[in-house]
Design a protein around this ligand. Structure first.
Ligand code: GAP
Length: 440
């Protein structure tokens, strides 16, 4: 398995991911995606959207505002309970998440349990801690020109609430058959106490969430179906190695406040096993809270007749950054053959930032360059994500394209001018075949 530092170094060197606000010394917990990183990220998000929304007839998309009426977070329980256990070192005043300093601990760790472990401060090495206090992770802002308590609002900590608050709009307008899902992709913000492990735990991340509304009698059937479908999606569409994915049933005392049954899908990242995504049975917790707080009915009227009811919800939720890091961990490989080393990003072809790289064998031969440009334009028209490379020698170009994950390099040489064939070189096997341009 790849080492985290190798992945971070490749991401930085090749323009995938940089620390946010790098030029000013960085901003902890934020990341900027460069040309290759954003291409990969968009392909992941587009593949997700095509698979879950466009590829099914029971899931519809929404795109809600990031700043929502603060009543949203009262009703959802986030104002009261979206908090992590914070401890402060009384010596150096470093602040940390208590549960991350004690092996096997979870968010509900008490001051007594924490102190009994004698954990050392990761910064100064001393053992002199404050009591644990709950630290709410929502970022506050003010909306409008008045800067007082009446204008407080929050950057959403999950995209889910933008779905729940639109459930009624969707039922009143398109009235889908139950069960149906609503899907959303978008930014979520959490003032994490200890952002860490590259893009794994960020203060600003991108979520892809589905709220799947069901008849309460059928929740388990839908839960299991979504669970199976997600495993299929992660391995077949995202190229994750099935051996690195593990289901973990979350114990009742560790579940989020809204959940009655949760499976965390864990992934063996280079720095250890972490949550990749969650699948939660949220019951009618959210719709009931919205019904109460808004005084509007969230009941669904069954189309074939029968009693109206408030649907229950199954929620598969995944973060784009965590998925992207899992994909990079599986794709990163180093190889040595005949004394020559190369790094390969063996990304699935449909996720690679560039599908093809087109080159003239030599860049100082105008007729080769002109022919290669023709091939480049042809492939770009057909596939879009095609890159041009005429730097250095052909061997160096191959090494660079292997490292950024381009599955095929197309080379135009002197034979091309005679017979309209090109060489296609494969990233994973390094094999080369000769193909007619018309057959590309
Ligand atoms: N709506 C449910 C919800 O937000 P969550 O377990 O807090 O549940 C869901 O988050 C997913 O979002 C996680 O499994 C993870 O993939 C991603 N995620 C959450 N917090 C994150 C963070 N600080 N940085 C990166 N990804 C995060």
């Amino acid at each position: 398995m790849a080492k985290m530092e190798d992945i971070v170094s490749l991401c930085k060197r090749r323009g995938f991911i940089w620390q946010g606000s790098d030029v000013y010394g960085g901003m902890a917990g934020t990341w900027d995606f460069g040309p290759l990183g954003v291409a990969l990220k968009r392909r992941i998000m587009n593949t997700w959207w095509n698979y879950w929304v466009e590829g099914r007839d029971d899931i519809y998309g929404v795109d809600a505002a990031i700043i929502m009426n603060p009543k949203t977070w009262e009703a959802s329980g986030h104002t009261a309970t979206f908090a992590d256990p914070l401890v402060e070192c009384n010596e150096c005043h470093g602040r940390f998440r208590a549960d991350k300093l004690v092996e096997g601990a979870n968010e509900s760790i008490s001051t007594e349990e924490f102190k009994a472990q004698n954990a050392k401060c990761p910064t100064c090495g001393k053992v002199n801690w404050s009591d644990i206090r709950k630290f709410n992770m929502m970022f506050q802002t003010h909306v409008g020109p008045v800067d007082d308590d009446s204008s407080i609002a929050y950057l959403r900590p999950e995209t889910a609430q933008g779905i729940f608050t639109n459930y009624k709009n969707v039922v009143d307008t398109i009235y889908p058959d139950l069960p149906f899902g609503l899907a959303q992709q978008g930014k979520a913000f959490r003032n994490e106490i200890s952002p860490r492990d590259f893009i794994l735990r960020d203060r600003e991340c991108e979520q892809m969430e589905i709220e799947y509304f069901v008849n309460p009698a059928d929740w388990k059937e839908s839960f299991d179906a979504l669970h199976d479908a997600y495993h299929k999606f992660l391995t077949e569409e995202m190229g994750l190695d099935a051996d690195l994915i593990h289901d973990f049933e979350v114990a009742p005392e560790d579940r989020a406040h809204y959940s009655k049954h949760t499976i965390d899908i864990m992934f063996d990242y280079p720095n250890g096993q972490e949550e990749l995504m969650g699948l939660a049975y949220r019951t009618d917790f959210d719709l009931m809270n919205i019904q109460k707080a808004s005084n509007k009915s969230m009941e669904y009227i069954p189309k074939g007749g029968g009693e109206r009811f408030v649907p229950h919800v199954i929620e598969p939720s995944i973060g784009v950054e965590r998925l992207l890091l899992a994909i990079l961990s599986c794709a990163y490989k180093e190889e040595e053959k005949d004394g020559k080393k190369r790094t390969i990003l063996a990304l699935p072809e449909h996720l690679a930032p560039y599908r093809f790289c087109v080159s003239p064998l030599l860049k100082n031969k105008p007729d080769l360059v002109a022919k290669a440009r023709e091939v480049y334009d042809l492939l770009r028209k057909k596939y879009g994500n095609v890159t041009w490379d005429d730097s250095g020698n052909i061997g160096k170009r191959y090494l660079k394209q292997d490292e950024i994950g381009t599955p095929k390099c197309v080379v135009v040489d002197f034979d091309t001018l005679e017979d309209d064939t090109v060489t296609i070189r494969d990233r994973d096997t390094t094999e080369q075949v000769r193909v007619k341009i018309a057959e590309l």
